[in-house]
Design a protein around this ligand. Structure first.
Ligand SMILES: [Zn+2]
Length: 419
């Protein structure tokens, strides 16, 4: 166990930090370099797309529809190249704008996206949707799907709210990624196709100054919209077809044939982007406006069950267990709580800014997780991520990681107090 003490000495330098570990949450999105080669996206329950974060100690970790890391083994790899990803904006409790006729943006976006998908597939392109049902999905999950699939084009489909100024032409707006000619051209083609498709109708349109094609920025030359900012490297655009908040436009958008016409217009724009050098039109200067609606976060997002709780059992000697029990009681907690907390503390320490990189433990340095006294700890689908990541990092089984975490907590409890 000599090297365990070596590992734990890092701890002695940062005991204050350990106290803050009580605030650790499984929700914090962590980036990791541990991911191995794997299918980048799998299909989960009901066909949802789940980017694979990595495989750790034999377990597959995916990003859930709520954008949280969970252990999920049953996913079917998404085979083949994806040319286009379409994102029906909003979903679930995030309705987007709502028409006076009761038409809700989240549903309209989805209907239009399905029409776009069909039209693009008829043109020979392979297409997937970020969501295929009324689903709460934060921006970070939508963009994780795009980054994993690396399509040739990505379009987020929306319908606007707010404008009141009368207009002779449809108030279509598209937005592109700053300083990205491909994205700008995609947005220009989307504006051209979508606005001219609607211009075949006559209703009292509304518009704002942003009618046309532009980039919306916050400091420092960064896209305000996360859906564009977090997909850099993939030509991406947002299309706001019409103003759902304008009652005559809402009436128009409620017609199924108009939804199909809009979907086909978006498809023509994407097809021209992929197969021609056409420039598009409607370009406006970029503008600075850092404000967003505050939606698109994971707040309040509820994940379905991807994997059942697992119980992992670790063995201790009589002496070890007595020390563990004394430590737990000293903290007013149970032994299984303390073991779980120890594993979370291992992760916390490994991620400290100046932590010594964790290396697999070999030979006699591996903790002995067999003994006459056993303790089980139950881990849910998100907690399992921490357990398997630490197992991967230390080259241990999940049972051994529990032993390592338990040993750490006893070690910490017996350090001489220094302040
Ligand atoms: Zn929207």
């Amino acid at each position: 166990m000599r090297s365990l003490v070596g590992v734990f000495l890092i701890v002695a330098l940062g005991l204050n930090a350990v106290q803050t570990a009580t605030a650790l949450s499984t929700e914090s999105p962590s980036t990791t370099n541990l991911s191995a080669n794997a299918a980048s996206v799998v299909r989960g329950p009901n066909g949802v797309l789940l980017p694979v974060v990595g495989r750790f100690a034999g377990s597959t970790v995916v990003s859930s529809t709520c954008g949280r890391e969970v252990v999920y083994e049953e996913g079917l790899p998404l085979e083949g190249v994806v040319d286009v990803v379409l994102d029906p904006g909003h979903g679930g409790p995030e309705s987007g704008s709502v028409g006076a006729n009761g038409l809700v943006e989240r549903d309209l976006n989805l209907a239009v996206a399905f029409h776009t998908k069909s039209a693009l597939e008829e043109m020979g392109h392979s297409v997937v949707l970020t969501r295929r049902s009324d689903l709460h999905m934060p921006i970070r999950q939508r963009t994780a799907i795009v980054r994993a699939l690396e399509p040739d084009a990505f379009v987020s489909i929306h319908h606007n709210g707010g404008a009141v100024k009368r207009s002779d032409t449809p108030g279509t707006e598209t937005f592109h990624q700053v300083d990205t000619p491909d994205s700008r051209r995609l947005a220009g083609l989307l504006f051209e196709e979508v606005q001219s498709a609607f211009a075949n109708y006559w209703v009292p349109w509304v518009r704002t100054y942003h009618q046309g094609v532009s980039a919306r920025l916050r400091e420092v030359r960064t896209d305000t919209y996360g859906i564009l900012r977090m997909t850099r490297g993939v030509p991406s655009a947002i299309v706001e077809g019409l103003y759902l908040s304008n009652p005559p436009e809402a009436e128009l958008l409620a017609l199924p044939e108009v939804q199909q016409i809009e979907g086909q217009a978006i498809a023509r724009a994407v097809d021209r982007f992929l197969t021609t050098e056409d420039a598009g039109s409607g370009f406006k200067p970029e503008f600075y406006d850092p404000h967003t609606t505050g939606t698109g976060t994971a707040r309040g997002c509820r994940d379905i069950t991807y994997s059942t709780r697992v119980e992992i059992t670790t063995g201790f000697s009589e002496e070890e267990y007595a020390a563990l029990l004394a430590t737990a009681e000293g903290m007013g907690q149970s032994v299984d709580w303390l073991i779980r907390f120890g594993v979370y503390t291992l992760k916390f320490l490994a991620e400290l800014p100046d932590a010594i990189p964790v290396a697999p433990l070999v030979g006699s340095d591996r903790p002995n997780s067999y003994g006459p006294v056993t303790q089980s700890v139950a881990w849910d689908q998100a907690e399992q991520v921490v357990l398997v990541k630490m197992a991967e990092a230390y080259g241990l089984t999940r049972t051994e990681v529990q032993k390592l975490g338990a040993t750490l907590m006893v070690f910490l409890a017996n350090l001489p107090q220094t302040n």
